[in-house]
Design a protein around this ligand. Structure first.
Ligand code: AMP
Ligand code: ZN
Length: 437
């Protein structure tokens, strides 16, 4: 099964030329196959477009974008390109507004998905003698079953611990000799907190070596902190339910950008306003076209995630392009007093302060007809609340640095460790209580 010790699949070692000719072939087949979908058939007809019009990779740009709204409008099965009896699983994401979205999978889709996840894990050194513990929610959240099948395909002993119950997670670490853990970044920090409370030293008392963190935006400093706390190497993992789930893009051992598997996806970065492509190195919206999906191929899907392609070659030798750490989603953007702010900008500043722990909450409120932002952040264990002067100075310095970054002045409040609400799934970083007129 393994191509050699470095690569899990031959496709992983493709040159640029091989990637592109593979992509053109798969794109043409995908577009042809999409004509089985009532949604795409109609869309192509409306545009006067035929599958035979796609002669080069550049011709992809003739195809209209697919949006989350399209998925909602055709809920539940209207985009599918195969009859329902060929599908064996669905995942649904509820989102915050409107109809949920549904993604259908055939048996082959699930095999390809597991392969992509296994490839990612193999890339960062996971091997069959590892014990992989997955702290994701199972069920509809794709981080559960997605990693389960990928880790099993690679051959690891896989522990479907699922989310929450931190004491039980720690018991599994020690009892089963867990070496690799998948956790969302906020939960990785929580695991360490509880280890500290219980007097567990992850370096001495566990065999943890590798952490896979993803599913939510996090800064480089957050990653380094988590690595330092748990004594592991932590790799950024990017995916979304619409593209199966995890396994879309993943950091290699260089930890400098996530290789997006271009035998699975065609990647475009576009300006979210003009929808024109931006050059490599510039931030824009990630747009993905699936190349292997049977049940529900998606053409030029607007992910709303903002990132850029890192220019240049990766020293690891893989030629699949690298995505930079996500800057956030276009729909996460806070507009306060006309200024556009991404929560990750705030996190990046906060995590540079050693005196702070990793949990924070941004609250937006209307006070005396004025919109205001409060940033509450937990302090590290070793910072005492008795030294009032020191706390005040720290608050002042954080406020100054935040103002320089986001151009408005938030109210900063330092709060004791453990006092902010914790969620079992993705961390809730923003509470918007503003009065909407
Ligand atoms: P879901 O489909 O519910 O799994 O959510 C997918 C979304 O989670 C993506 O579109 C991103 O906004 C976010 N996401 C997933 N992985 C990462 C990551 N590694 N860094 C930042 N955001 C991520
Ligand atoms: Zn690399």
């Amino acid at each position: 099964m393994n191509y050699n010790n470095k690569y899990f699949n031959p496709e992983e070692a493709f040159t640029r030329q091989e990637i592109e000719s593979y992509q053109l072939d798969r794109l043409q087949k995908t577009v042809e196959h999409c004509m089985n979908s009532p949604f795409y058939r109609e869309r192509f007809k409306k545009e006067g477009l035929k599958p035979s019009d796609i002669k080069t990779l550049d011709d992809l740009r003739k195809i209209p974008f697919t949006t989350k709204q399209d998925l909602r409008d055709t809920y539940p099965f209207g985009i599918a390109s195969v009859p329902l009896d060929q599908c064996v699983r669905l995942h649904s994401s509820s989102g915050t507004t409107g109809n949920p979205t549904v993604i259908l999978h055939t048996q082959k889709d699930l095999q390809e998905w597991a392969n992509a996840v296994a490839r990612c894990l193999w890339m960062v050194g996971c091997r069959p003698n590892d014990v992989f513990q997955n702290t994701s929610g199972y069920g509809m959240f794709t981080g559960g079953l997605g990693f389960q099948y990928g880790a099993e395909l690679l051959g690891m002993l896989t522990v479907p611990a699922a989310a929450g119950n931190t004491l039980r997670q720690l018991k599994f670490f020690t009892d089963f000799g867990t070496t690799v853990v998948h956790a969302i970044p906020s939960y990785a920090a929580r695991l360490y907190e509880v280890m500290q409370e219980r007097g567990i030293d992850p370096r001495k008392d566990t065999k943890l070596r590798t952490l896979v963190i993803g599913a939510e935006p996090h800064s480089e400093d957050t990653r380094r902190r988590i690595e330092e706390m748990l004594g592991v190497k932590a790799y950024n993992s990017f995916g979304m339910s619409e593209m199966c789930g995890p396994g879309v893009a993943f950091e290699c051992p260089e930890q400098n950008g996530m290789h997006i598997w271009e035998d699975y996806y065609i990647v475009e970065i576009v300006d979210p306003d003009t929808l024109e492509p931006v050059p490599d190195g510039e931030v824009g919206e990630l747009v993905l076209t699936t190349l292997k999906r049977e049940a529900m191929p998606l053409l030029r899907y607007r992910t709303r995630d903002l990132t850029r392609i890192l220019p240049g070659d990766c020293p690891c030798g893989r030629q699949h392009k690298r995505l930079d750490r996500m800057k956030g989603r276009s729909d996460d953007m806070i507009i306060l007093k006309g200024v556009n702010i991404f929560p990750i900008q705030i996190e990046t500043i906060l995590m540079q302060f050693k005196e702070l722990a990793s949990d924070y909450l941004i609250t937006l409120e209307t006070k005396e007809n004025n919109d205001a932002m409060t940033v509450e952040v937990e302090v590290a264990d070793n910072l005492s609340f008795d030294d009032f002067g020191k706390l005040q100075n720290l608050e002042r310095e954080i406020t100054r640095q935040l103002r320089d970054e986001i151009l408005i002045t938030p109210k900063v409040r330092l709060v004791p460790k453990g006092s902010l609400p914790k969620s079992e799934g993705k961390a809730v970083r923003v509470k918007d209580l503003r009065i909407k007129y």
